[in-house]
Design a protein around this ligand. Sequence first.
Ligand code: CO8
Length: 259
Amino acid sequence: MNNHYECIEASINGKLGLINLNRPKVLNAINRQMVSDILSVMEDFEENDQVRVIVLSGNGRAFAAGADINEMAADNAIDFELRNQFKDWDRLARIKKPIIGAVQGFALGGGFELALCCDLLLAADDAEFGFPEVNLGVMPGAGGTQRLTKLVGKTIAMEWLFVGKRISAREALQFGIINRIVAKEILMEETLKLAGEVANQAPLSIRLIKESVLKAVDVSLDEGMQFERKNFYLLFSTEDQKEGMRAFQEKRKANFKGK
Ligand code: CO8
C-alpha cells in the first residue's frame, strides 16, 4: 500500500484499515485531492482480504470543516460538470466494507456529508455537525440534503439547512445521526474497540447486512424484504454459515474466514 498521501494518513492495524484526514491547518477542509486520496485508500482496503472494517477519523479541532472553500470559490457550473465533481463521492457510496467514523470537533458541510457516508459514527463530546453552505450562498452537493432528510425527516432537515444550524453531539445522538458520544480522549480507543468487534463477525454477513440496510433507505418495504431474503439465502452458500452454526452446536467460538 502506498503510504504517502498528500491530505490523509493511511495504515492497516490488524483487521482494520485506518484513514486519518490530515490538513489540520485548515481544519481538514476537503479539497479534491483529499477525496481522491480517501477513495484510493478505501478501494485498496476493499481489495485487501486482511481489512474487514474501515475507520475514518479527523484530528485536532476537526473531523472536517467542509469542502475547501478556497479551492471552490472561483469554480463555475461547467467546471463541475466537466470535472464530474462528485465522481469520487459516488465511488465512496459503493464501498462494501463497513465504514466507521470517529468525529471530533467540526463536521461541517462536506465534512458532515463525509460523516453521513459512514455506516456507524462515534462522536467526541466536542463534535459539532452542520450544513453552513447557506451562509456561503450555496447548498450541500455531496448528499447532504438527501442523507440528512432520510435520517431526521423533512421538518428538522429543512430548518437545519435553512439556517445553517450547528448541531451538538448530544442533538446528533438524539436525532439518530450518531451511535454514541464518548469523551474526546478515548474517542479513537472506543472507535477501534467497536471496529474490532465488527471486524470479528462473519465478513459476508456484514457485507450483506450493509447492503440490505442501505437498500431499506431507498425502496418500499416489499421490495426491501425481497432483497433481504435473497441475501439471507445467499449466506447459506458460505463456508462461514456452516462454520457459525457448527460452532454453535459444538459450543465453541466460530472462526470466520470471509468465504
Ligand atoms: N475551507 C477552507 N479553509 C477553511 C475551511 C474551509 N471549509 N474551514 C476552515 N478553514 C481554514 C480557515 O480559513 C483558517 O485558515 P487561516 O488560519 O489560514 O485563516 C483555518 O482553517 C482555521 O479556521 P478559523 O480561523 O476560521 O477557525 P475558527 O475557530 O475561527 O472557526 C469554523 C472555525 C467555524 C469551522 C470556521 O473555520 C468556518 O466557518 N469554516 C467554514 C465552514 C463551512 O462553511 N463549511 C462548508 C463549506 S462549503 C461545503 O462544504 C460544500 C459541500 C459541497 C460538496 C462537498 C465537496 C467536498
